[in-house]
Design a protein around this ligand. Structure first.
Ligand code: GDP
Ligand code: MG
Length: 301
């Protein structure tokens, strides 16, 4: 087997000192918890800013950005190491083609992920949109059907285009919470996770601004309209999710080729029906028969 050459994460030095310090601190925290590799899977529709977010995290143009829909034709994994720690980020093509989720794209992604363990899923969409629709739900459903419901325990909803002024009247926080709420509803419906489950382990929603025109603070760090430096904030939440109680998702053959992980229980349906037939229906039929034979004929017959 060819050993994969992992490049040194030199681009981390491109970040302002404050960001670098924060990032190294977070990598240290992961290493302290015996996590020396982190694999982040980035998914979503086309054109939402998946590739741009990958580049922002690495601090370099490592994957291609496109203003037009048909971008990354296949998944790409970018691996960088720093002080004994390896970061893998997997950029994927948009899941939607035309008005549907593309099964072909989904298959390509699944095969690419074979034998990899996903530690964190970044589900990317834009902040500056007003609507969610059935297609969004289908995208969530496709991810859930591919990797199982548990993938969402490793999920983060990332909203790009965060440097955005909401239309008249609405303030930023209000807009953000409305947008997050409607997206979370879609995630819940598409993944069939109950409200209760989400309340018990909420999926974080994180803001991102990939534009070169992103505002900066006095330390030259790119900031959100709220003033938060967003790269360390995103990496902090990635770290939290990586270290949370649920395990990473190993993509094995069973997961890829087997029945939809959320439908496995359905395999038992024929067995349950057979059981019902032999033990319930047959018995009832016998009771009826016995009853009929025991019945005394009415005198007029
Ligand atoms: P992908 O198809 O999801 O990988 O999206 P890309 O990363 O290729 O981005 C699509 C377009 O949106 C490109 O023109 C990017 O420059 C732009 N873009 C991505 N993220 C942001 C963002 O946070 N803010 C702004 N203003 N533009 C963005
Ligand atoms: Mg892309």
């Amino acid at each position: 087997m060819a050993t994969q050459l992992v490049k040194e994460w030199t681009a981390i030095q491109q970040f302002p000192a404050a960001t670098q310090g924060r990032l190294l601190e977070l990598l240290g925290k992961l290493k302290q918890e015996n996590v020396s590799t982190l694999t982040i899977l980035v998914m979503g529709k086309g054109g939402v800013g998946k590739s741009s977010t990958v580049n922002s995290i690495i601090g370099d143009r490592v994957v291609t950005i496109s203003s037009f829909q048909s971008e990354t034709p296949r998944p790409v994994m970018v691996s960088r190491s720093r002080a004994g720690f390896t970061l893998n980020i997997i950029d994927t093509p948009g899941l939607v083609e035309g008005a549907y989720v593309s099964d072909q794209v989904l298959e390509t992604i699944k095969r690419f992920l074979l034998n990899k363990t996903i530690d964190v899923l970044l589900y990317v969409d834009r902040l500056d949109l007003y609507r969610v629709d059935n297609l969004d739900k289908q995208v969530v459903k496709a991810i859930t059907d591919s990797f199982g419901k548990e993938i969402w325990r490793k999920g983060i909803v990332v909203l790009t285009h965060a440097q955005f002024s909401p239309p008249d009247g609405l303030n930023y926080d209000e807009f953000f919470s409305k947008r997050s709420e409607s997206l979370m509803k879609i995630v819940r419906q598409g993944s069939r996770i109950s409200k209760k489950e989400i309340q018990d382990s909420p999926i974080p929603v994180v803001l991102v601004e990939n534009s070169g025109r992103c505002n900066k603070n006095e330390h030259d760090e790119k900031i959100l309209p709220t003033g938060t430096p967003w790269i360390p904030n995103l990496v902090q939440i990635i770290t939290d999710v990586a270290l949370n109680r649920s395990k990473g998702i190993l993509v094995d053959r069973k997961l890829i080729e087997g029945p939809n992980p959320n439908d496995r229980g359905k395999l038992f349906i024929p067995l349950i029906l057979a059981f019902e037939y032999f033990f319930v229906i047959k018995r009832i039929q016998k009771w009826i028969k016995d009853d009929i034979s025991r019945e005394t004929k009415p005198s007029w017959e």
